[in-house]
Design a protein around this ligand. Structure first.
Ligand SMILES: Nc1ncnc2c1ncn2[C@@H]1O[C@H](COP(=O)(O)OP(=O)(O)OP(=O)(O)O)[C@@H](O)[C@H]1O
Ligand SMILES: [Mg+2]
Length: 276
């Protein structure tokens, strides 16, 4: 086990995503999701059996259409499997109806999307407050917790900014604060760096690594091997199945950030065409 995965610091004051390490937090058994389109059946997920443990930082990779988003949506309680079972934090979720599923999603899952999905007319603080409104938290406490979540992602000085007044990286940080504010069991991020440039992506991975060091359980989907290198587990999908699932020594985004970024490669000078 790599050194940075060894004893995870567990903060007594922080519930859920930041508690017990090494227990399966998500367990799936032959999870299958079929889509029926007219006479055709599309197999988006097929017999996926795996466990995500508390404290994991997993990257999910695979070609377009291999089932990555379907997997995230099912375990994130945004979608339901056609067959198979899955447990979240010891509770079987696959058997629940839509209302119970929505309640679990709000309490236990933090979801981050490629396109941030912030509400443009609300400032950063109000965006982060939204899950707390759904959870019935009273206003004073809501503001306090939303401001704390924004501080945690390094945006203490931007809480009154509208999404349009923030950079892409800052907007994604707001989305992460919003995903974490309910202290979910797991943070699921589907291509969180997909809309960001390489430096900003690296900064975001630095933030996710810091959260993971504090004990947060994180699963991200990415197409970029350079991004997956910052996770300590790599799960590859192909045609709706798990092709491989390996632990790896995670690269350190903080260290990478200290190095100057490679300048964009300059096109080679055009070859001289010898004068006739
Ligand atoms: N709502 C839907 N109706 C029908 N088929 C769908 C639907 N959503 C996804 N699929 C199909 O399920 C398969 C898996 O899709 P999914 O979105 O999970 O892939 P992905 O690995 O996330 O791909 P990408 O890297 O392009 O985001 C694909 O073949 C896709 O066409
Ligand atoms: Mg996808």
């Amino acid at each position: 086990m790599p050194a940075d995965r060894a004893p995870m610091r567990v903060r007594a004051d922080r519930a859920s995503a930041f508690d017990g390490v090494g227990m399966p937090l998500i367990r799936t058994e032959k999870l299958t999701r079929l889509y029926r389109l007219g006479d055709e059946t599309v197999t988006a997920l097929l017999d996926v059996t795996l466990s995500i443990e508390a404290g994991d930082f997993a990257a999910v990779m695979g070609p377009s259409g291999s089932g990555k988003s379907t997997f995230m949506n099912v375990v994130g309680c945004l979608d339901r499997p056609t067959s198979g079972r899955f447990w979240l934090d010891g509770e079987e979720v696959s058997a629940l109806g839509p209302d119970a599923l929505a309640a679990i999603r709000n309490r236990k899952i933090g979801f981050v999307f490629q396109q941030f999905n912030l509400l443009d007319r609300l400032d950063a603080l109000s965006n982060v407050e939204l899950p707390l409104i759904y959870a019935g938290v009273e206003r004073g406490l809501r503001r306090e917790r939303a401001a704390a979540a924004l501080r945690r992602v390094g945006l203490a000085d931007r809480i009154r900014h509208l999404p349009t007044q923030l950079s892409g990286g800052q907007q994604q940080r707001v989305a992460i604060a919003r995903a974490l504010v309910n202290q979910p069991k797991v943070l699921l991020a589907d291509e969180p760096t997909g809309a960001l440039d390489s430096r900003t992506s690296l900064e975001l991975m630095g933030l996710l690594q810091a959260l993971n060091r504090e004990g947060a359980t994180i699963v991200i989907v990415t197409h970029e091997p350079d991004i997956a290198a910052y996770a300590s587990r790599l799960i590859r999908f192909l045609d709706g199945r798990v092709l491989s699932d390996t632990r790896q020594e995670a690269a350190d985004a903080r260290k990478a950030l200290q190095k100057p970024m490679q300048p964009p490669s300059t096109p080679a000078a055009p070859e001289r065409i010898p004068a006739e």
